[in-house]
Design a protein. Sequence first.
Length: 434
Amino acid sequence: MKLTDSVNVLLLGSGGREHAFAWKISQSPRVARLFIAPGNAGTAALGTNVDLSPSNFGSIKQFVINNSINLVVVGPEESLVKGIYDFFHEDSDIHHVPVIGPSALGAKLEGSKDFAKAFMARHGIPTAAYRSFTKETLDKGYAFLESLKAPYVLKADGLAAGKGVLIVDDLDEAKRELREMLGGKFGAAGNTVVIEECLKGIECSVFVATDGEHFAVLPEAKDYKRIGEGDTGLNTGGMGAVSPVPFADEAFMQRVRDEIIVPTVAGLRAEKIDYKGFIFIGLMNDGGKPYVIEYNVRMGDPETEVVLPRIESDIMGLFEGMAFGTLDKHTLKISPRTATTVVCVSGGYPGDYAKGMAISGLDQPSESTVFHAGTALKGGKVTTAGGRVLAVTSLGDTIADALARSYATIDRIDYEGKYCRRDIGQDLERLVKA
Ligand code: AMP
Ligand code: GLY
């Protein structure tokens, strides 16, 4: 089976990741119309924004029927965890429309850390040793913490908007956090808490597209999670990303493929988990040996803003392979160039911040692609509408070269409270030079 020659696409989401998807999708000669729900000011220039929530499945169904949509691409995890794939699959009016994303069961790889850890254990996938606890087994949780060495890693089982992971140096504090998490600190997401061994090494993320049987490895990336330079301060959604990652060399990527990707896809198949989507594998590289930190069931943000610009082939071919189980017949063409993205945020983020600030300088010529993360159109003007506002992506022959372009573009853009980290990629540049 194939997609038609003129595909109407509905893309769900509103961040920088979705702007990057819209940018890549709109380059395809196979696309007739592109709708983005709800989208942002950036996606509005590439297709039609639709005022629909990605988790309002009933309205999405109506829109898909009314607009002869042939393909649905899902950006955020929430819709997947809530079962949008299954909703389409089980409804005879729309089951012919492929959805790029896993079934609800597959989405538990991100939606439940306990499920993900047990899946890895069943399939011999290298990850930190762990045990899970509930309110009823609090005392056993204390005993398990006592058996570990600091630092202690505690994770709320469910989705907690990226805030559910704590890394604590002190045993008493770890016990207190465990008690508070099980007591509702992160709501129902913390009804079960995973405690795991702390891995050491350097992190990177690997992205895989799968049809549930075959897979394609997309460019890897490193992201920068903390708000402050030198990786200090609070965690954010991501302040920048670089691809490729110099330490993810051929030997490392071969181990990732053999020890992690192959058993993950085989495990999905063996467990009859319907999965036609992306797998985002957060990895620790410990002296060349990869360990899985976490799975996400979607692309990363801002990682997508460096991964897609390095893909030279038409993305509709990739989606077609994922949707119809023919990924083995698809060849992915990847650029050897380096992509960097630097995220501009609103002052105060990840705490409280203002919205509605006018953004200037977006129309000036630049050597970058400016992806909108949190923007809106107000009276024809682009304004800030989120914590992460823009992701400024550039290609270059080296990390330094790409970064110079991103920062030059950022210097021409302004809004009240603009902040970005000036040290994105510098750790990798030091590694390359060493
Ligand atoms: P997660 O939400 O699972 O990605 O965790 C957030 C961050 O916590 C990761 O990106 C890592 O930096 C860190 N982390 C999570 N689990 C571990 C672990 N077992 N050992 C060391 N660091 C970890
Ligand atoms: N940048 C991390 C994420 O998308 O989860």
